[in-house]
Design a protein around this ligand. Structure first.
Ligand SMILES: [Zn+2]
Length: 274
């Protein structure tokens, strides 16, 4: 503080303040505070008896925790679950939320493709003897990607209609896109389309994880979904904010850009499995 005597007192105060401010980052770097906790599991209603569940994971290469969405559907016969959370602990919390808030048990869970953001909590469901269905291709890919885990029951056909009380849930495989096995879910009464990772949120600037994507087939698969569900009012993407059918056109535009920009062989980026 040798400068202090040479300056009027107002400036001295400011210097002290400046010094204090600039020394803060140094202090905090030395103290190495623990990493902030992940945001808690979030559940939000998007239509009568339909809720989006969102869990978070830190992934290498992304500054913010990456959210992943699934659905909970309340029916007269118990809850239906579309996709688990990123990890077992969050799925445990999800089951607790369903028990506490809906006073229901999960009667059936669906895995929409064999990636961790869809099936990270599968073992928790299996331990509680909850039925978990996927297509045979998803079960097979799950076995390859996670050889030590028990795959879901391969009970879904390319088109499967599930009835639970008055609720109808349609599961449909439109063709390869984000993954070779991705299915979408449609609730005709509530007009909710769960596009999963086949659909990108409105603010997404890219197509996301392309490790298992098929960029030449994705546009046609997306068109099949768009043509099949013209009544969709709520469209839920695999990651981020849900919205209306414009999410489908936004994803189509991202695909046009990606296919214009790069040859298909140059598009694989090594990323975490999601
Ligand atoms: Zn995925």
């Amino acid at each position: 503080m040798f400068l202090v005597p040479a300056y009027p007192s107002g400036l001295t105060k400011r210097l002290r303040w400046l010094l204090a401010v600039f020394s803060l980052p140094l202090l905090s770097a030395q103290a190495l505070p623990p990493r902030p906790a992940l945001p808690p599991l979030r559940v939000k209603a998007v239509a009568p008896d339909v809720f989006v569940h969102t869990s978070y994971r830190r992934l290498p290469g992304s500054a913010a925790p990456v959210p992943a969405n699934g659905l909970i559907v309340r029916t007269a016969k118990g809850a239906l679950l579309i996709d688990t959370t990123w990890d077992p602990e969050q799925t445990q919390q999800l089951l607790q939320w369903i028990a506490d808030s809906l006073h229901q048990r999960v009667q059936l869970a669906i895995i929409t493709h064999a990636h961790e953001d869809r099936a990270g909590g599968l073992a928790v469901l299996q331990a509680q003897r909850i039925k978990v269905y996927s297509t045979p291709l998803t079960a097979q890919r799950f076995g390859m990607l996670f050889p030590r885990a028990t795959p879901p029951t391969p009970a879904l056909k390319p088109y499967t209609l599930i009835r639970a009380g008055r609720t109808r849930l349609e599961l449909f495989f439109p063709g390869a896109a984000h993954a070779p096995d991705n299915v979408v879910a449609w609730l005709p009464r509530q007009k909710v389309l769960f596009g999963g990772c086949l659909v990108r949120e409105q603010s997404a600037p890219t197509l996301g994880n392309l490790d298992d994507a098929n960029l030449s087939l994705w546009p046609a698969s997306l068109r099949t979904v768009t043509d099949r569900y013209p009544r969709a009012q709520v469209v839920v993407p695999g990651h981020g904010q849900w919205g209306g059918p414009t999410l489908l056109t936004h994803t189509a535009e991202l695909l046009r850009e990606a296919n214009r920009r790069k040859p298909p062989t140059a598009l694989r980026e090594p990323q975490a499995n999601r």
